[in-house]
Design a protein around this ligand. Structure first.
Ligand code: NDP
Ligand code: X2W
Length: 345
């Protein structure tokens, strides 16, 4: 059994990790930290876990975390910067759900996150954990950066087009909507029921910190810089991300069938489902599951391409993808513990 520790167990990604890991056949949960809730039984705070774990929250401590095989960080940005090196030094592997190691250019990270990069020396070995692209690197990673929620849905949506060099120089447009759990569990006026229900609003139009992360990934796929407009919106729902992705390919060779291209690219991917032509995937169809559902629409007469990509921000967009990466890192079945069917309705 793989011994697992979690730093930051009281946030939404932390409790989602617990929900997945308590039923994982290859895992023994050993440590779960919270400084503010130290001593509290986990199941007292999260009654959905009653009967599934006897663990209590403890304060983070390198000795106990270092006795684990892997430690997940479900903490705000900057925490993994300060703790990852000492945990790696014990031989324990690290999976970070924050953005600390996602962007390879430390100066760019500092510009977007507004704080000094606390672990530049670790960046060369950090692996970006998008299994559909980096599976071989993930298997041997010691330090793994779990992609952000918006970046996961946008990158998987554009990947087949960019990998096959089907989009000429242009500005791509990603119009994305998120549920409120994406803002985390911390109390904020903007997350209140009265602020979010019966209303939709864009935010971060001037620049959102996921933009450099998405651009980094799209440039890897295309082999050159990609211009992108990214506009996130807050939706009156708890979970889910819906990305409507636009591209324009007026000179696309008539022999290219985008439906077939997408189906063939993802045929062996356990967590990407290419929907039948003409589909409109709903966030509800992935709620609670690690699946990304994608539909591609192509208006051959105008050259307009519209890709729809939906995920659960807390599962494929965070904790599920983190466990998918753990499975790969430890040579387990990639889908172990992740076969949840989405909740309907
Ligand atoms: N919500 C989402 O949809 C997604 C979130 N993420 C990322 O996952 C991370 C966690 O987010 P979320 O689950 O919303 O959690 P929160 O940010 O709400 O919770 C943070 C957790 O970290 C702990 N923590 C805070 N500061 C420290 C510290 N200095 N040292 C040790 N532990 C600390 C807190 O416990 P305590 O203070 O008691 O120790 C708490 O358990 C963030 O980086 C977020 O950006 C990624 C993808 C999607
Ligand atoms: C709805 C909402 O507020 N979503 C968050 C993104 C989710 C997230 O936590 O992303 P990171 O892991 O990169 O921090 C936001 O826009 O900041």
């Amino acid at each position: 059994m793989i011994k697992v520790g979690i730093v930051g167990g009281t946030g939404y990604t932390g409790v989602e990790l617990l929900r997945i890991l308590v039923n994982h056949p290859g895992v023994e949960l050993c440590v779960i930290t919270s400084r503010s809730e130290a001593g509290t039984p986990v199941a007292d705070m999260y009654p959905n876990l009653r009967g599934h774990t006897e663990l209590k929250f403890t304060v983070p401590d390198t000795a106990t975390l270092g006795a684990c095989d892997v430690v997940f960080f479900a903490t705000p940005h900057g925490v993994a910067h300060s703790l990852a090196a000492e945990i790696l030094a014990t031989g324990t592997r690290v999976i970070d759900l924050s953005a600390d190691f996602r962007i390879q250019d430390a100066d760019e990270w500092e510009a977007w996150y507004g704080q000094p990069h606390g672990a530049r020396e670790l960046l060369p070995e950090a692996v970006y954990g998008l299994p559909e692209v980096k599976r071989d690197d993930i298997r041997t990673a010691r330090l793994l950066a779990v992609p952000g929620c918006y970046p996961t849905s946008v990158q998987l949506g554009y990947l087949p087009l960019l990998e096959n060099n089907l989009l000429p120089e242009q500005t791509l447009i990603a119009d994305c909507k998120s549920g409120v759990s994406g803002a985390g569990r911390g109390a904020k006026v903007g997350s209140l029921l009265c602020e979010t229900s019966e209303s939709v609003m864009a935010y971060g139009v001037a620049g959102h910190r996921h933009l450099p992360e998405i651009r980094q990934g799209l440039a890897w796929f295309a082999g050159k810089p990609v211009s992108l407009t990214f506009v996130p919106h807050l939706m009156p729902m708890v979970r889910g991300i819906h990305s409507t992705l636009y591209a324009f390919a007026p000179d696309l060779d008539a022999s290219v069938d985008l439906q077939t291209l997408y189906e063939e690219r993802y045929v062996n991917e356990p967590f990407v489902d290419v929907m039948p032509a003409g589909s409109h995937p709903a966030t509800r169809s992935v709620k609670g599951s690690n699946m990304c559902r994608i539909a591609v629409h192509h208006h051959a007469d105008t050259g307009q391409i519209v890709v729809l990509s939906v995920i659960d921000n807390l599962v494929k967009g965070a904790s599920g993808q983190a466990v998918q990466n753990m499975n790969l890192m430890f040579g387990l079945d990639e889908t172990a513990g992740l076969n949840h069917v989405a909740l309907m309705p």
